[in-house]
Write a protein that binds this ligand. Structure first.
Ligand code: NDP
Ligand code: OXD
Length: 319
């Protein structure tokens, strides 16, 4: 096997254009050939697969695959394939992506605090009216998912003066954050938070977690006029019919949703036109190949030098 063949990478991407990624691999590793699926299927020279929603079964057919790299921080798109080979799955943990997600969270939280929705409507109607102005110190933000992204968002919100709580699967201690875990911990956090930010992975345990039961546990009478939901985790975490019902019966005042049960969000979804819903097209934190390709290549080189991969997914936990 010659050097070039030994360093082949398969890219399998559904839903967006992989050309920027291929270009970055060419710039940073001209000695590694990137093969775009459907080419490269069952190719014995492929050592790494770089994927976003790969067709099920294709990875199991690669006889010499050594690792799977996710093009996102989330890996639920990989686990939709139930014939995965037993090789490490490496996900994205990168400052660039983390900063983008915290920008989105801070943007949405501040827009709620400073009543952006109301002032935009007033401007449209040429209305000059100064509303109530709650302070960040009066507002508690509860973050579901205290991982890489949740912890960074928590630190930035704390710096802005918000009270911050968080919920994770295992018990945690995070400076400046009122940490919770378990069912009872979640109930407590929901009942004491004014804004809920969801940064959970989609797993068997978390699927559909944002449902009528959870929305019924949200705090009443918050300084913002009602509880607010911000979901930038995954659409599969939420039951959209339950969110709409909660918006309409007053359990929820507003929602910022970046992710949806079906993506792209179908044209007929009532979420598009709801006056208290802010929709973004799964754009909270984009994976930028300029930053992420060099990081993946570093991991490949480390592996080839006999070192373990970092940011490896726990298959049993599903994230
Ligand atoms: P991490 O794996 O670092 O953190 C996940 C957090 O969720 C951890 O705190 C974990 O708990 C907690 N968690 C997992 N399962 C449960 C559960 N059953 N009950 C309670 N807590 C749970 O992930 P990241 O922070 O890097 O990313 C989070 C998610 O954000 C990704 O999986 C992805 O879906 C989404 N994402 C969305 C993007 C977008 O553009 N919209 C961009 C990037 C990511 P513990 O600490 O105990 O392990
Ligand atoms: C991710 C995403 O998981 O962009 O990184 O959704």
């Amino acid at each position: 096997m010659n050097q070039t063949v030994a360093k082949r990478i398969l890219m399998s991407v559904t839903g967006w254009d992989p050309s920027h990624w291929v270009r970055q691999f060419k710039v940073h590793a001209p000695d590694r050939e990137v093969v775009l699926e459907p080419d490269g299927r069952a190719d014995p020279s492929i050592r790494y697969a770089v994927v976003w929603k790969q067709p099920p079964g294709i990875l199991a057919d690669l006889p010499n695959l050594e690792a799977i790299f996710s093009l996102g921080a989330g890996v639920d798109h990989i686990f939709r394939d139930n014939q995965l080979p037993d090789v490490p799955i490496v996900r994205i943990v990168a400052d660039d992506l983390t900063m983008r997600m915290s920008e989105y969270v801070v943007w949405q939280v501040l827009d709620q605090l400073r009543q952006g929705n109301i002032y935009r409507a007033q401007q449209k109607a040429r209305v000059w009216h100064e509303g109530e102005q709650p302070s960040a110190r009066d507002v508690t933000v509860g973050i579901m998912g205290l991982g890489v992204l949740g912890c960074d968002a928590a630190a930035k919100l704390t710096m802005l003066g918000f009270r911050v709580a968080g919920w994770s699967r295992s018990p945690k201690a995070v400076a400046g954050v009122d940490c919770h875990h378990g069912e009872a911990g979640l109930t407590q956090m929901l009942g004491t938070s004014d804004i809920i930010v969801v940064l959970l992975p989609l797993t068997d345990e978390t699927r559909g977690i944002i449902n009528s039961g959870l929305l019924g546990k949200l705090k009443r009478g918050t300084p913002l006029g009602g509880p607010v939901l911000i979901n930038a985790g995954r659409g599969g975490l939420q039951v959209e019919a339950d969110i709409l019902a909660a918006l309409d019966d007053g359990r929820l005042m507003a929602a910022s949703l970046d992710v949806f049960e079906t993506e792209p969000l179908p044209e007929e979804s009532p979420l598009w036109a709801h006056p208290r819903v802010f929709v973004t097209p799964h754009a909270a934190a984009v994976s930028d190949p300029r930053h992420l390709v060099p990081q993946m290549l570093r991991q490949m080189r480390q592996h080839e030098a006999g070192q373990p991969f970092s940011d490896v997914v726990d298959r049993k936990a599903g994230y």
